[in-house]
Design a protein around this ligand. Structure first.
Ligand code: GTP
Ligand code: MG
Length: 459
C-alpha cells in the first residue's frame, strides 16, 4: 500500500541482524524533522550534511548509544524532504531502543514506520528520480552478479530513461509538426515531404528496436536466462546438466526415465545468470509419477527463454525423438530460442555428417560443452565485447513494444500516403505515452503500488 500522506516515516535502513553500524532513517517535511531534532537532541544546532557525534538518550536521560547523526535539508536529500540519519552501533537491541525512542518522541508529529520502498517512492513523487531509476534502486540492491549491479547503477544514473526520453522527444516534435500541418490541408503532401516525416518515423522505429535489444539484454541480466534441457529419455540431459554445472547435480544412469522431477541449477557465466533446468525425458508413459514429471517438463518449456533439445548419436529410435520434438513444439512460446544439441559424439565411428545449426557435444569427454556456453551467452546478447548497458524489466519491454506497435502502424501505411494526418498524430501520441510510461510519468497508482511493494523496508 502506498501512502501519499504527509506523516514523517522511520525505518531501519541497514539490514536486520548484527553489524558494525546500523542506520535508522527518518524522512518528513523540514519542519517535522526540525521539530524531531529539537526533541531528540535539545539545543543542538545541525549543520546540513555534516556528521555530528551525539548521544541518543531515553526518556529518563540515560544514554542509549553515541551515534553519528546527519541532517539533510529538503529538497537536497534522497527523498527530497527533510531527512535525519542516525548511524548507531549495529546491534538489533540497541537499534530497537533507538527506534522506540524516536517513535515515542515523534508521536505528536504522527511519526510512523515506513512501508516497503516508501523512501524511494517519496523520492519519485518529489521528482528526484523517475520510475525506471526508482526500480533500479531496488535492482541494484538485489543484483546477484557484478555485471547486474553495474548495469543497475547505470539505470539509476538515468542511462535508460534518457534514451527513452530522447526518442520520446523526437516523436513529440514530429507530432507537433504534423499537427501544425493540419492547418494547411492543401499543402499537406509538401509539408510531409519537406519535413521528411516518413523518414523520421522509420528512424524512430529503428531507435526503438535498438533500445529494445539493449533492454532485453538488461532484463536477462536482471532475471537470468531460463534454459531448459529436454529430449527423450537416456539421451544424456542430466549428464549435460552436470557437465555445465561442473558438479554432480543430477542422477545419471543408463535406465531410461531416471530423472522424474525438474532439477534446477544456477550458473554464472561471466556475469550472465543462467537458470538451468534438467527435466524428465519425454515419452508416452503409463507410469503415474513419470507422467507428472513430463507434465512439469512441458510447463518449464512454456516458461523458458532457451530450449536445449537433446538427442544422442546412438539414439536408434527416431520415432522417440520425433515424439519428444512434437511434445516440445506444442508448448513452445513465441520468441524462444530453440537449439538442437547432439550428445555422445564420443561414440562416433568415423566422420560425422553434421547438421549446420546443431551443436555436437559429449557430456562424457566434455567436448563441445564450451560451444553451449558460448551459444547461451550469444543468445542473451553477451557475445564478444557486448555488455549490459542498463538493467530492464518486463514492464519496460512492454512499454517499448507498445510504442513500437504504434510507430509500426504509421510506418506501414505512410503519413500522407494512406494515412491521414490526424490518425498519424494520434498514433504518435500513443507511442510517446508508452515511452513516457518507462519513466512513470503517466503510470497509474496500482502499478506504482505493485512496483514499490517489492522493495525492502528502509529503501
Ligand atoms: N558415451 C557417452 N555416454 C553418455 C554421454 N552422456 C550421457 N551418457 C550416458 O547415457 C546414459 C543416460 O544419461 P543421463 O544423463 O541419465 O540421460 P537423461 O537424458 O538424463 O535420461 P533420463 O533422465 O532418463 O531422461 C548414462 O548411462 C550416461 O552415462 C556421452 O556424452 N557419451
Ligand atoms: Mg536425466
Amino acid at each position: 500500500m502506498l501512502n501519499n500522506d504527509r506523516q514523517p516515516i522511520i525505518a531501519l535502513a541497514s539490514a536486520a541482524g548484527v553489524g558494525g553500524i546500523g542506520v535508522i532513517r527518518i524522512s518528513g517535511s523540514n519542519v517535522q524533522i526540525d521539530a524531531l531534532c529539537g526533541l531528540l537532541f535539545p539545543g543542538q544546532v545541525f549543520q546540513p550534511r555534516y556528521a555530528h557525534l551525539l548521544s541518543v538518550r531515553d526518556g529518563e536521560g540515560n544514554v542509549i548509544d553515541r551515534a553519528i547523526v546527519l541532517r539533510f535539508v529538503g529538497p537536497h536529500s534522497y527523498t527530497g524532504e527533510g531527512v535525519l540519519e542516525i548511524q548507531a552501533h549495529g546491534g538489533s537491541a540497541v537499534l530497537q531502543l533507538i527506534m522506540d525512542r524516536v517513535l515515542e518522541v515523534g508521536k505528536p508529529l504522527e511519526l510512523r514506520h515506513a512501508n516497503p520502498g516508501e523512501f524511494t517512492f517519496r523520492s519519485f513523487m518529489h521528482g528526484r528520480i523517475d520510475l525506471a531509476q526508482a526500480e533500479a534502486v531496488s535492482d541494484l540492491i538485489s543484483a546477484s552478479t557484478g555485471s547486474a549491479a553495474r548495469a543497475a547503477a547505470r539505470s539509476l544514473q538515468g542511462v535508460f530513461s534518457q534514451r527513452a526520453q530522447g526518442i520520446c522527444h523526437q516523436i513529440l516534435e514530429l507530432r507537433a509538426y504534423i499537427e501544425a500541418t493540419l492547418d494547411f490541408p492543401e499543402e499537406e503532401i509538401d509539408f510531409v515531404r519537406d519535413g521528411h516525416v516518413n523518414e523520421k518515423i522509420k528512424s524512430i522505429g529503428v531507435q526503438i528496436d535498438e533500445l529494445t535489444c539493449s533492454a532485453m539484454r538488461g532484463k536477462v541480466l536482471r532475471d537470468g536466462l531460463k534454459v531448459i534441457l529436454v529430449g527423450s529419455p537416456n539421451v544424456g540431459k542430466s549428464s549435460i546438466m552436470n557437465a555445465l554445472a561442473g558438479e554432480d547435480v543430477a542422477i545419471v544412469t543408463d535406465i531410461a526415465g531416471t530423472t522424474r522431477d525438474r532439477i534446477s541449477y544456477t550458473l554464472n557465466l561471466d556475469g550472465l545468470t543462467v537458470n538451468l533446468v534438467d527435466t524428465a525425458g519425454l515419452r508416452e508413459t503409463t507410469d503415474t509419477v513419470e507422467r507428472i514429471g513430463i507434465e512439469r517438463t512441458l510447463e518449464s518449456v512454456r516458461d523458458a527463454d532457451v530450449i536445449l533439445h537433446l538427442t544422442s548419436l546412438n539414439q536408434d529410435d527416431a520415432t522417440a525423438d520425433e515424439q519428444a520434438l512434437e511434445m516440445v513444439r506444442q508448448n513452445i512460446r513465441e520468441g524462444v530460442t530453440y537449439l538442437r544439441v547432439i550428445n555422445k559424439i564420443d561414440l562416433s565411428k568415423g566422420d560425422l555428417q553434421k547438421q549446420p545449426e546443431a551443436l555436437y557435444v559429449s557430456a562424457k569427454t566434455g567436448e563441445g560443452i564450451e560451444q553451449i556456453v558460448h551459444k547461451l551467452k550469444q543468445t542473451a546478447g553477451f557475445g564478444e565485447g557486448a555488455q549490459g548497458e542498463f538493467l530492464a524489466r518486463t514492464r519496460h519491454l512492454d512499454c517499448l513494444a507498445r510504442a513500437r506497435e504504434h510507430i509500426a502502424v504509421v510506418e506501414s501505411v505512410g503519413v500522407g500516403l494512406g494515412m491521414g494526418l490526424e490518425i498519424a498524430a494520434e498514433e504518435l501520441r500513443l507511442a510517446a505515452r508508452a515511452l513516457s510510461d518507462i519513466g512513470g510519468e503517466t503510470v497509474d497508482e496500482d502499478i506504482l503500488g505493485l512496483i514499490f511493494s517489492k522493495f525492502c523496508i528502509g529503501k
